[in-house]
Design a protein around this ligand. Structure first.
Ligand SMILES: [Zn+2]
Length: 469
């Protein structure tokens, strides 16, 4: 989302908050005999490690609840003053029946909702008996013995869960934000409660757009602790799944839809990444052979650095730094001239971030480049002009980068990987014939499989000769 908006010329300020205090963290700290702060810090650091391995750009800001206690106090006091909050025995609750629009995000109405319909409402407030309405939720909770706690106008305690977001949005971004995102499981009550807290104070919409992502399922079942069907990002990466394959796995489903995790889906994402990577490395592999300059092959700085200033005056698309994508500056590329691929990509992404369709554009380019690479290898020439191929490659690299998908050769020899010349293939076929003569079928099958693996099919003729595609 962020990369795409930046590519479209928006300046993005992206704030992501950490809830560094809640019941789960406290329970874990108690179980481990350590502090809430220690547990939070450890998981925050682990999160950063994982997310950076996935090539996710850092947010502009990472506020934490415990750093925003005074902003939280202020907001609760305002709610109290306006008649939307009431304090009982050191707890403070939000009075939902005073907000006539309560339920508008999730399409529920207070009248229709039955008490206890949401587990989260109840588990949040074990002392719920004191509430005037079962859907009133805690803004501030009186401290239990041994819990971390802060002084407040209502006594010693800690913030409720929902208030942190309203307070941090107001403190860091203002009254209305453009996009509020989060998991689909947070629509009710969490986001509903954020709206209730913020909008009665600011009298403005909290967010112009709400983007809720679908949940991850495992073999179509809910991912849950009790089912024991968890796989972590770290486990996948540590077992050798490439970060870009994982990125593809996520992007191939629309973000609002559920994402079904299966071993087959991961394997197919890995295959898809292989195809795409081959396309992204095309310029390194064939650029010199195609004989057009400035493919940037051999220099890592083939992106913005090498093309900047080389404005094509024929091209209406601005070739300037506005399209520069943050991330790895050495791989950033200037935008290609407008072409049907760029247009289809943009049309898909403008339609509520339709990544499955935008990915199809990338694969179309990658497959076309693979075809040209095969022609070049086996027939010595392509059937399209070098200029067109170069533009296709640059378009692919550029658009892939908008989705955070990047590949650079590990070293110079890597650029020539897995490409067999006609002579190489003939040699292997001869070796296979020899193996067959010696009735060493294991060896002959191995050679056939190896060739199959790089897209070469062998056909044994009745006369004993072998031809290949
Ligand atoms: Zn929130």
């Amino acid at each position: 989302m962020r990369r795409y908006l930046q590519w479209r010329g928006y300046e993005v300020q992206y704030v992501q908050n950490f809830t560094d205090i809640d019941d789960k963290i406290l329970n874990r700290a108690n179980a481990e005999g350590t502090s809430m702060q220690e547990v939070s810090e450890r998981y925050i650091q682990a999160y950063f490690e994982d997310i950076r391995r996935l090539n996710v750009i850092d947010a502009s800001d990472y506020p934490r609840v415990t750093e925003n206690i005074s902003a939280i106090h202020q907001l609760i006091q305002e709610l109290e003053k306006k008649g939307y909050a009431y304090a009982i025995d050191g707890d403070v609750y939000y009075k939902v029946q005073n907000f006539s629009e309560y339920g508008k995000l999730s399409g529920r109405s207070l009248d229709d909702m039955q008490a206890g319909a949401s587990g989260r409402v109840d588990s949040e407030d074990s002392l719920g008996k004191k509430k005037q309405n079962p859907f009133d939720f805690a803004l501030w909770k009186a401290a239990k013995p041994g819990e971390p706690a802060w002084n407040s106008p209502w006594g010693v305690g800690r913030p409720g869960w929902h208030i942190e977001c309203s307070a941090m949005v107001k403190a860091l971004l203002g009254d209305t934000i453009d996009i509020h995102s989060g998991g689909g499981d947070l629509v009710f009550p969490h986001h509903e409660n954020e709206i209730a807290q913020s909008e009665v104070i600011t009298l403005k919409p909290l967010a112009r757009y709400w983007m809720h992502n679908g949940m991850v399922t495992v073999n179509s079942e809910k991912m849950s602790k009790s089912l024991g069907n968890f796989t972590t990002i770290r486990q996948l990466l540590d077992r050798g799944v490439e970060p870009n394959a994982l990125r593809l796995f996520v992007l191939q489903a629309h973000y609002r839809k559920p994402l079904d995790f299966t071993e087959d889906a991961i394997a197919s994402a890995e295959n898809a990444w292989k195809t795409l990577k081959e396309g992204l490395l095309f310029g390194y592999q064939y650029g010199q052979q195609l004989g057009i300059g400035d493919w940037g092959v051999g220099t890592r700085d083939w992106g913005l650095g090498s093309r900047k200033g080389k404005t094509n005056t024929q091209c209406p698309m601005p070739h300037d730094a506005t399209c520069y994508m943050p991330g790895n500056p050495s791989t950033a590329v200037a935008p290609p001239c407008p072409n049907p691929y760029v247009e289809s990509f943009q049309k898909a992404m403008d339609d509520d971030f339709n990544t499955p369709t935008s990915l199809a554009v990338l694969f179309e380019l990658a497959k076309e480049l693979r075809r040209q690479g095969n022609l070049l290898t086996h027939q010595g020439k392509t059937d399209t002009s070098s200029e067109t191929i170069q533009q296709q490659w640059q378009t692919l690299v550029h658009l892939a980068q908008v989705l955070g998908l990047e590949a650079v050769p590990k070293d110079e020899t890597d650029a020539k990987q897995e490409r067999l010349s006609n002579a190489d293939i003939e040699t292997l076929i001869q070796q296979r014939q020899n193996a067959r003569k010696q009735r060493n079928f294991a060896a002959s099958d191995l050679i056939r499989d190896q060739l199959q693996g790089v897209g070469v099919t062998l056909i044994d003729k009745p006369d004993g000769t072998t031809v290949w595609h």
